[in-house]
Structure formats: structure tokens, C-alpha cells
Design a protein around this ligand. Structure first.
Ligand code: GMT
Length: 380
């Protein structure tokens, strides 16, 4: 009998939620019973049915007194109920805030009735690099990370950054993000390409949650530069706080008609399949899961050299990396890749080769091994 695992994540389009959902689906395919505990059904979970996956919605009742409805309290209570009712063996938390502290709380409650359950915290990025370091959160983040039975980070860079920023008393295991190449690969979507780029224009693409850290305006400036020399179109996928500003910029520059702001999309692999170049100019990126998914669909990447990006994007091979904000350099590299058919083919081939290194069957066993280490009843 395989383990029963509770997964706690943000259910939105963000990379940590996507990764947690992909992990849950992969584990369920291997016979684990997986229980998602979160405030909404995770986005990717709604795309297919998995008989071994259960979804438990965390409800946060409002009350006139609550200026800030206490999600963490509701989450800890939901954890307790789901663990007891389903006899879970393990909790796996994605994104430290507030999941790790809620798990600590739930564990203390369960201990009172003689039940103990280990929890693993996977650090994804801004839970460390931006938000976690903030003195408002830092003591709780440090404490709850240290209370975890095991800690993982999605890149070497994030591991180092965590050790630099917090007093961590345990080993941090690096388990990189992964991609399911059965679902993310280039498929023949020429009819879509024909609709979006009727004159054979190159297609550039950006996928993110349009937060300031993504520097989405840089994407527009890079596209503007590329377009001056190479007929091209830009697909902007996702939504978030910067979207309006970025759409305004595209209008100001007079290139709005060549850009499609498609908003949040579920069939990302179909869009990537018709794309020639992925642009990710982030100020920081612990891993860049969206770039990996692009590479799996044979799309080379123009990115910054921030955070963990150099661990997936290989300079001059799968794309190029530039300093944060160096729009000219990124534009020059984009034109270099796009200006020659054979060169583009070469980069596309290298992108998929690199993505295979991060295929899910190489990575899932690393999590399984860790689960076994923390669950005492686990038999290899
Ligand atoms: O930390 C965040 O910004 C949120 C998080 C998310 O949910 O989108 O993104 C992080 O986790 C992803 C999955 O591990 C990584 O691919 C992203 O690089 C990372 N984002 C940042 O570091 C900005």
C-alpha cells in the first residue's frame, strides 16, 4: 500500500502551484493517494480526472470583525481534519508562507491526541527571496522551515539564497522542478500558427503572472526592437498587476496590433508549440518553470541570468542569458536566434534536449526517496 500524502499549495497559475499539482498527478499515477488541501481547485487539476486524487477546499468564513480573514487558522484546521479523516502519512507543503507555519500548528494539535505526522516544505522562490526575508514574516518563516522534517529547494541558487538569508539548522535538499514531456512537447498546430502569423512571422511568447518581478515591460521593449528587423508577433499569456501598464506601453509604442494579450490560458503547450522564442526577463527567478515548459515544446529561451535561470538555460545553446534590465543585449540575442532558419532549428533542438534532463521520471523518485526517509513506517 503506497503512502497517503497531503499536498498544500497555492492553487493559482503560479509556478509553485503548477509544480505541486504536477507532482500530485505524477504520484497518483504511481499509486499514491494524494489529498490537495487548498482554497480552490488547483488549476491544472481541473484538466483531467485522477481517481487517486482528492481535493479538500479550505473555506475561510468572513465575519465583520475580520479585516483579514484568518486563512492560516482555517488551513491548519483543515489539515487536522483531512489528516485524521483520511489517515494521511505525510504533508508536503509548497511555498513556505503560510503553509509551513500552518502545518506546524496542525501538528501540535494532533500531538495532543497522540498522533504525529511529518511534514516536508518545498521552497519555491519569493517565499524566500522577496517575501520571506521581510522582517514582518522572517521569524515565523525561519521557525517553521526549521520545524519541517525535510526541506527542499527547487534550485541550487535558491538553496544558497535560503542559507544566506535565514538561520537554517537542517540540510536543504535540492530537487529541481520537472516537466511532463508526454504533455509538454511540440505538436502540429500549424493552423493556429497560420491564424496568428499569416505571413510566416516569427512568434515570440511570454508566460507569467505579470507581477513586477517578471519585468513584463522589458518583454514589450525587446519585441519592439526585434520587430524593427524581423517580422514577428508576440503572445502574452497570463494576467496580473502589471498587465494594464504593459498593454498601455504596447499602445504607446504603436505595436499593440502585433501583440495578443491572451490572458490566463490552460492549454499552454499548444501555444508554446507554435512559438519560436520564449522571453523571460525576470528580476529574479528561483528556477523558471515556465521556461522549462517552453524548452520541452522546443522553444529556446531569452532570459536574464538571475537566480536559478543559469541552471536551466544554457548560454548560447538553449538560448541566451543577459543581465537584468539589459534590453539591448536580450534584443540582440533574440534577433540572432530568429534571423536564420537553420540556427533557430539548432536552438530548438538543444532546448528539447535540455528539457529531457528535467523529465518527471528523473525527478519524482527524488521526492519518493525523501518521503520514505521522513515516514518511519515506509518500506523500500
Ligand atoms: O515565488 C514566487 O514568485 C511564486 C512562485 C509561483 O508560485 O509562481 O514562483 C516560484 O516558483 C516556481 C516553481 O518552483 C519557479 O519556477 C519560479 O522561478 C519561482 N519564482 C520566482 O522565483 C520569482
Amino acid at each position: 500500500m503506497k503512502m497517503k500524502i497531503g499536498i498544500v499549495c497555492y492553487p493559482t497559475f503560479g509556478g509553485s502551484g503548477v509544480l505541486a499539482t504536477e507532482l500530485g498527478m505524477a504520484l497518483s499515477d504511481k499509486g499514491y493517494e494524494v489529498h490537495f488541501i487548498t482554497y480552490e481547485q488547483p488549476v491544472r487539476l481541473s484538466q483531467s480526472f485522477h481517481p487517486n486524487i482528492y481535493f479538500h477546499e479550505v473555506k475561510v468564513p468572513t465575519y465583520p470583525l475580520f479585516a483579514f480573514p484568518p486563512y492560516e487558522t482555517a488551513l491548519a484546521s483543515a489539515m487536522v481534519n483531512v489528516i485524521v479523516n483520511n489517515k494521511l502519512d505525510l504533508l508536503h507543503l509548497h511555498y513556505a508562507i503560510p503553509h509551513a507555519s500552518a502545518a506546524f500548528f496542525a501538528r501540535q494539535i494532533l500531538k495532543k491526541s497522540g498522533l504525529d505526522i511529518p511534514f516536508i516544505t518545498t521552497l519555491h522562490g519569493t517565499d524566500i527571496t522577496l517575501v520571506g526575508k521581510d522582517p514582518t514574516y522572517a521569524p515565523v518563516v525561519t521557525f517553521s522551515i526549521n520545524e519541517s522534517d525535510a526541506i527542499t529547494a527547487v534550485s541550487d541558487n535558491l538553496r544558497e539564497e535560503t542559507l544566506r538569508s535565514f538561520k537554517i539548522e537542517k540540510e536543504i535538499h535540492v530537487i529541481p522542478n520537472f516537466v511532463d514531456i508526454k504533455r509538454f512537447h511540440q505538436t502540429d498546430k500549424d493552423h493556429f500558427k497560420q491564424m496568428l502569423a499569416p505571413d510566416g512571422e516569427r512568434i515570440l511568447v511570454h508566460v507569467s503572472n505579470f507581477r513586477a518581478v517578471k519585468r513584463v515591460e522589458d518583454v514589450i521593449h525587446i519585441f519592439n526592437n526585434v520587430k524593427k528587423d524581423i517580422p514577428s508577433k508576440l503572445l502574452m499569456i497570463g494576467d496580473g498587476p502589471e498587465r494594464q501598464k504593459v498593454e498601455d506601453l504596447a499602445r504607446e509604442l504603436g505595436i499593440y496590433q502585433d501583440i495578443r494579450f491572451l490572458g490566463k490560458q490552460e492549454q499552454i503547450s499548444e501555444i508554446l508549440s507554435i512559438s519560436d522564442l520564449f522571453i523571460l526577463p525576470s528580476a529574479t527567478e528561483s528556477f523558471g518553470l515556465s521556461a522549462l515548459e517552453a524548452m520541452a515544446c522546443s522553444v529556446p529561451v531569452i532570459s536574464t541570468n538571475a537566480g536559478g535561470l543559469p541552471e536551466i538555460n544554457e548560454q548560447g545553446k538553449t538560448g541566451f542569458l543577459s543581465d537584468v534590465g539589459d534590453i539591448d543585449d536580450m534584443s540582440r540575442h533574440a534577433k540572432y536566434i530568429l534571423s536564420d532558419d537553420d540556427r533557430l532549428k539548432h536552438f530548438k533542438k538543444a532546448a528539447i534536449t535540455q528539457a529531457r534532463r528535467f523529465e518527471k521520471q528523473h525527478i519524482i523518485p527524488l521526492y519518493e526517496k525523501l518521503y520514505c526517509e521522513v515516514v518511519s513506517s515506509c518500506k523500500h
